[in-house]
Design a protein around this ligand. Structure first.
Ligand SMILES: *Cc1c(COP(=O)(O)O)cnc(C)c1O
Length: 388
């Protein structure tokens, strides 16, 4: 691929791009070209839709939250139910898409990184169903903290490699996976879990997650005959949010709202920098090193953010706000008690912000909250937090 196309593709304003060693750049160029080819291939898209329906269980509902709407006393609240997908979250949408691409590219083996284990479990699940060899890289410290997820991945037939380098965390797992890719790229496909990383990953992950807003737009038009006033989603790396936003980005009447933990508020407090092979807003210390982040939701602990969110924030097309741990726990309890839905702690961030926004809007306004996942995985953790 020519230098010019490379520079034009994969940028969102100043953000995105690909900052990787030359040997990895070659792999990224091939991947970008194959993705461009297949994303408009009718057979490929039909196969993607087939597995989303038959394996993931899409389409999932857009549920009207009657009691939450009454409690908030303002806008009508709808919930996009990614929690009802097989494996319990939105991550599987992207995993299915990338595995289908890997198969078309002739890959014999899938590798992926995982932090808390959610992306690893989704990847192992889909590899099992497709009968494809799967290796998951996970920091050693994370394997100890998430022993049950390691067992889950192994049950699903994956090989879990505990990475004992560096701090034994997500970043070290990513480095190790990239090393594997450079050595074995001919038969190996690296399946990245969020809308981050070098081009073409952010665009590819967005493409596969866009099914969320493709459905929600159709569903809200059927139910209400008009577009929502706001769409709210939590942002970790940014994949569920970009998927929930994408079909509304060109609809200026729809507010796009991303919600971050106040102690990992990349979009609220970050400044531009290159991290993990791409440019985005990054939480940095005075020396320009990525800052350690903290979140009660393990899936949100990342000092960077997808390049397109960095762009949407800078241009003002999307708004980003923070919520506190206490607000998240309240929202987790509220949705459980009032709507019979135990949300993932990650998703509870979006609910927490909706609780602030809805009362400010009129009763004929509509907001959609993306419930990115179910909270069964978090019940033990919340139990321990509330017991103290
Ligand atoms: C991983 C995860 C997130 C955060 O990742 P994004 O890429 O920002 O979507 C949010 N919610 C759930 C349920 C997750 O598993």
């Amino acid at each position: 691929m020519s230098k010019l196309t490379k520079e034009k593709q994969g940028y969102f304003g100043e953000f995105g791009g690909s900052f990787v060693p030359p040997e990895l750049q070659e792999v990224m160029d091939v991947l970008a070209a194959e993705f461009e080819k297949y994303k408009i291939d009718p057979d490929f898209n039909e196969e993607f839709k087939y597995y989303l329906k038959e394996f993931v269980g899409r389409e999932n509902p857009l549920t009207f939250a009657k009691q939450l709407t009454e409690d908030f006393g303002g806008a009508k609240v709808y919930l996009k139910r990614e929690d009802l997908n097989h494996t319990g979250a939105h991550k599987i949408n992207n995993v299915i898409g990338q595995i289908l691409l890997a198969k078309r590219m002739g890959a014999k083996r899938i590798i992926a990184e995982t932090g808390a284990g959610q992306h690893g479990v989704a990847t192992a699940t889909a590899c099992s169903m497709f009968g494809i060899d799967c290796t998951i890289y996970m920091g050693k410290l994370d394997t100890e903290r998430q022993a049950l997820n390691v067992f889950r991945m192994e049950l699903l037939g994956a090989k879990v490699v505990a990475v004992d380098k560096g701090q034994g965390r997500l970043k070290d797992a990513v480095d190790e996976a990239l090393g594997d890719l450079v050595q074995n790229y001919k038969e190996t496909f690296y399946l990245l879990g969020s809308a981050v990383g070098p081009h073409p990953y952010p665009s590819m992950v967005k493409h596969f997650q866009s099914v969320i807003s493709e459905e929600s737009k159709r569903q809200i038009l059927e139910k209400e005959g008009r577009l929502p006033d706001a769409v709210i989603a939590v942002t970790g790396g940014g994949s569920n949010a970009i998927g929930a936003f994408s079909h509304y980005i060109d609809e200026p009447s729809v507010r796009l709202i991303g919600v971050e933990p106040d102690q990992a508020a990349t979009l609220t407090h970050g400044t531009p920098a290159v991290i993990h092979g791409f440019k985005c807003l990054v939480l940095q210390d005075e020396e320009g090193n990525p800052q350690p982040t903290y979140s009660i939701a393990a899936g949100l602990d990342y000092p960077g953010i997808g390049p397109e969110h960095s762009f949407l924030k800078t241009t003002g097309r999307a708004e980003y706000y923070t919520v506190t741990k206490e607000e998240v726990l309240d929202a987790f309890k509220l949705l459980s008690k009032r709507e019979g839905i135990i949300p993932a702690l990650e998703s509870a961030h979006a609910v927490a912000y909706a609780k602030k926004l809805a009362p400010e809007l009129s009763k004929d306004s509509i907001i959609i909250i993306n419930i990115s996942g179910r909270g069964d995985k978090d019940v033990q953790h919340v139990y321990e937090l509330l017991k103290k």
